[in-house]
Write a protein that binds this ligand. Structure first.
Ligand code: SF4
Length: 282
């Protein structure tokens, strides 16, 4: 059954896109945190861990970068503190593309950053229980829908679906695909839950690779002519080797930091490979 669906996904891809795949090695995108390591949420899957790998904006040295990912910690209502250091952000913008993480942004904050925004990466969550358990937020799927629509009116926005966000379990991911079909999208990024040391989910497992494959197939078939990317956040090691190869077979269009085996497979399958050096949304 899965093999049949996989073949269907591949045929769908080949019917709607040229035989080409883009591999992203985002060395030219500077990853900046507006709040350093500060975050009020302490989410179950992150716990502020990923902020530690970003450049605090007050120390940002981005010579050589052609684009920036502007991220940062959240306040207690799930908004990334986008207005922190806005003057500094403006001073970095000339000649560069900006991709923002904004969380559940308020309309006035969005208005203030829109002139410096080329694209927004928005984590789209479609399950109330997951929102509560992972983020500890008293917000609902309705809030995510409304924020997504607000963003779409203002700028280019690319929803990210984290497969297995709820500690490795599949929760609202299929519902997210259904909602996005209704709401509309231009492109989609899928990423995969990583059990991260020091977080509440550190002892969990990534979702079963079969479950991730089924989700990627569903995404491809739900959006036959929309580009779908496998983003940078996903487990490493043997899991990644298997995942990256399956992403190609599911007909995804871009992969960030792919493993060697996936590049080889793409060539064997007759895809022309293109190398890029920024975030996958640029
Ligand atoms: S998933 Fe793509 S857009 Fe999002 S941070 Fe990673 S490379 Fe950038």
């Amino acid at each position: 059954m899965r093999q049949t669906r996989l073949a269907e996904a591949w045929q769908t891809r080949m019917a709607h896109f040229p035989p080409e795949i883009e591999f992203y090695f985002p060395e030219k995108t500077a990853v900046i945190s507006l709040t350093g390591t500060h975050c009020e949420l302490d989410c179950a899957h992150c716990g502020g861990h990923y902020l530690r790998g970003m450049m605090p904006i007050w120390q940002a040295n981005i010579a050589g970068a052609t684009s920036c990912l502007i991220s940062g910690g959240c306040d207690s209502s799930g908004r990334v503190l986008v207005l922190e250091q806005l003057e500094k952000v403006k001073s970095l913008h000339a000649g560069r593309h900006f991709n923002w993480h904004v969380g559940l942004i308020a309309e006035e904050d969005l208005r203030a950053i829109t002139p410096y925004t080329d694209v927004v990466s928005f984590d789209f969550v479609a399950d109330d229980e997951t929102i509560r358990e992972v983020y500890g937020l008293d917000r609902t799927v309705e809030d995510y829908i409304n924020t997504y629509l607000l963003l779409r009116r203002a700028t280019r926005v690319i929803p990210h679906i984290t497969i297995g966000l709820r500690g490795g379990e599949i929760g609202g991911e299929y519902h997210a695909l259904t909602l996005l079909q209704e709401l509309g999208l231009e492109e989609l990024v899928v990423i995969v839950f990583i059990p991260t040391p020091g977080t509440r989910y550190s002892h969990r497992q990534p979702p079963l690779i079969e479950a991730v494959t089924d989700l990627m197939i569903e995404a491809r078939l739900s959006f036959p002519d929309k580009p779908i990317y496998l983003g940078c956040m996903r487990p490493h090691g043997a899991y990644r080797v298997e995942l990256d190869c399956l992403a190609i077979r599911c007909g995804l269009n871009k992969i960030v930091s792919p493993c060697r085996e996936a590049i080889q497979l793409a060539e064997e399958l007759g895809l022309r490979t293109v190398r890029r050096e920024e975030c996958c949304v640029f």
